[in-house]
Design a protein around this ligand. Structure first.
Ligand code: FMN
Length: 220
């Protein structure tokens, strides 16, 4: 599966089977988090077989059921965009390993999550993980014209980047971001007010880079 197919196949999943993550998968995810943390200075963690944060042993909790695994997104304060960018890198690694996910800022028991914080760090949010009862489903999306200055004749890489960004998860599917191109560089900014728009921006920038097949040098 190429990166575009991988992003297209990912949907939020909130109901999980009672199957523990495979040992090899846990190892691969931990290796990915170690690489991410070394590059970014963040403190992302994988928690497995921990039912309390999502009350997995209760019959129903919020819109989640059976979630016993999650990524903890922690790090120094003021790193919201990096949390988005790095968290989505971890999400797509999980997806490639057959592990479904859902970003969760609000609908979990924050006080019960198994989090390690060093001095000066904070818990931003978590990402629910597991083998989904389903693979989730496609949802409504804005169009390239809604979120960018894209016009006919623009380079393919720009079109592909925007298309990939539109596949990215955003809080309450708000998709409040905007891209503008000047030559071979792009500006990405949040468009309008909303919760977690800086985290969203990091997520969509990661998707854009994968879709456009460009690195961080693309950004103005
Ligand atoms: C920063 C952020 C916070 C989110 N918080 C929650 C949450 O608290 N509870 C929840 O059920 N979903 C949450 N979501 C999931 C979004 O609702 C979901 O990603 C969005 O509706 C798009 O759907 P998709 O992920 O299937 O593309 C969050 C997503 C993001 C990016």
């Amino acid at each position: 599966m190429n990166n575009m197919e991988l992003m297209r196949s990912r949907h939020s999943v909130r109901r999980f089977k009672d199957t523990p993550l495979a040992a090899q998968t846990v190892e691969a995810l931990n290796a990915e988090l170690a690489a991410i943390n070394a590059e970014s200075g963040l403190h992302l963690q994988l928690v497995t077989d921990e039912p309390e944060a999502f009350q997995a042993n209760k019959p129903e909790y919020g819109s989640f059921s059976g979630c016993k695994n999650y990524f903890v997104l922690a790090g120094p304060k003021g790193k919201d965009e990096a949390i988005g960018y790095c968290g989505e890198r971890a999400v797509l690694k999980a997806q490639a390993l057959g592990v479904n996910s859902c970003w969760v800022a609000l609908t979990y028991k924050k006080g019960k999550a198994a989090v390690e914080l060093n001095r000066g760090e904070k818990l931003y949010m978590v990402i629910a993980l597991g083998y989904g009862e389903t693979q989730g489903r496609e949802r409504k999306s804005k169009t390239p014209a809604d979120v960018s200055d894209y016009k006919e004749g623009d380079p393919d890489w720009y079109k592909n980047g925007i298309e990939a960004a539109l596949l990215a998860p955003t809080a309450v599917n708000q998709q409040k971001f905007r891209f503008e191109r000047s030559g071979d560089k792009v500006t990405a900014k949040t468009a309008g007010l909303g919760f977690y728009t800086k985290v969203d921006l990091g997520i969509v920038k990661y998707h854009f880079e994968l879709g456009a097949e460009k690195g961080k040098e693309i950004w103005i």
